[in-house]
Design a protein. Structure first.
Ligand SMILES: *Cc1c(COP(=O)(O)O)cnc(C)c1O
Length: 395
């Protein structure tokens, strides 16, 4: 391949040609994404910290202190005073770390030396994120999927039935990817205590809204570290936190869980490393720190509340137009269908009107994530288009 040096101006021209093919959040047309436009402040701060490498924190002690503080602030939202953990690339990396900790804890407790011939099992809801499939493949653990009850939450009775001597962990989800439902975490915590099993809560999506909604009076079940059985929680600032991609976070109750997955890192300034990724940017931590300070608890409460108000507006509007909701939304995610229009036909018609929606796999439905870039005016336009679509289908 010929790759001659080019003028900067030409490079930008070319890059902008590529970029012009991207969708942008501000159009309000992206209705099926769990990400949103990062706040301008987080973009600015991110640029300021691009040089930092949290893989070698001895060289960037200031930025490392930011990472620690970010974890401390986020853990305080989750009722934990002395957290341990890392800012990572996203919810997937955080979940893989948690599963690695759980597996290694089980091996230590049972004095196992070789991880490749053991029948490790993780109990998780059918609604769990696909990152656990990656964890399963990488770590050699079997996923035991639990059916959902009629509220699309993990069925507790089946959890109890599936626990056996090979169970290394239970996973509950606080804000499922497809429908935003919150599993019965308090009950899972009690089971984890009774059976002495590692419990991980995946709050990648819900972690940045549930605590703030609870704060302003929403009736949402408790999913945080005040449940003593929880060992770790995943929470993603790059979803409802308004920070840049890549930013996820794993928070552990005890340092031991990090130690269990730390390997020697001889050529670096710190001699142990737990994250999956080696060289990793501290800019994610700095951008998140800035957003946490800028928004405060009040700012995040307002943000989560306005997304809920828009979600409920959309839910009501859909019902009025004869669409059916899969379930009453618990967070700012909503699944719907029309009883007389095939889902795939409906998706096609919606996309032809230049909206981008996603679909859920269980149950099959059109899935809308009402993120901060979606305003009430966009939802009204969307409803207008749905009425036209119904007309086109002669309904
Ligand atoms: C988005 C999401 C993940 C994965 O997070 P990434 O940042 O995409 O890696 C994991 N779990 C849940 C519940 C999610 O919604």
């Amino acid at each position: 391949m010929k790759n001659e040096a080019l003028e900067e101006e030409y490079i930008f021209k070319k890059l902008n040609e590529f970029k012009s093919k991207d969708l942008n959040y501000s159009s309000g047309r992206i209705l099926g994404s769990m990400c949103s436009e990062p706040h301008p402040l987080s973009k600015k701060v991110f640029m300021d910290f691009l040089d930092s490498n949290m893989g070698d924190p001895g060289l960037f002690k200031g930025t490392k202190a930011i990472e620690d503080e970010v974890i401390k602030i986020m853990a305080s939202f989750l009722s934990l005073d002395k957290p341990h953990g890392n800012i990572v690339t996203g919810g997937s990396e955080a979940n893989i770390m948690a599963m690695r900790s759980a597996r290694n804890l089980y091996m230590e407790r049972n004095n196992l030396k070789n991880q490749w011939n053991e029948p490790f099992e993780v109990i998780l809801p059918k609604s769990a994120h696909f990152s656990f499939k990656k964890a399963s493949d990488i770590l050699g653990i079997k996923l035991i999927e639990i059916n959902l009850n009629d509220e699309y939450k993990m069925d507790i009775k089946s959890v109890k039935e599936k626990i056996n001597k090979n169970t290394i962990a239970i996973v509950g989800v606080a804000g499922t990817t497809e429908l935003g439902m919150i599993d019965p975490i308090e009950e899972l915590s009690q089971i984890a205590i009774d059976k002495n099993i590692y419990l991980h809560v995946d709050a990648a999506f819900g972690g940045f809204s549930i605590p703030f909604l609870k704060d302003i009076g929403y009736d949402i079940p408790n999913f945080d570290f005040s449940n003593e059985g929880i060992s770790s929680i995943t929470i993603d600032p790059h979803k409802m936190g308004l920070t840049i991609i890549p930013t996820g976070c794993i928070i552990y109750r005890e340092k031991k869980y990090l130690d269990l997955i730390s390997v020697d890192s001889p050529y670096l300034t710190v001699k142990k490393q737990a994250t999956i990724v080696g060289t990793r940017s501290g800019a994610s931590s700095a951008a998140t720190w800035a957003m946490l300070k800028y928004m405060g608890k009040e700012g995040y409460s307002q943000l989560a509340n306005s997304c809920m108000i828009n979600t409920n507006f959309l839910a009501d509007a859909l019902l009025k137009e004869g669409f059916s909701l899969i379930t009453k939304p618990q967070l700012n995610i909503l699944g719907f269908n029309h009883p007389k229009i095939d889902m795939n036909d409906l998706v096609k018609a919606i996309e032809e009107k230049s909206w981008r929606v996603s679909t859920s796999s269980y149950p099959k439905a059109i899935r809308i994530v009402v993120m901060p870039h979606i305003k009430n005016t966009h939802l009204r336009e969307f409803m207008r288009d749905l009425r036209e679509i119904k007309n086109d289908f002669n309904i």
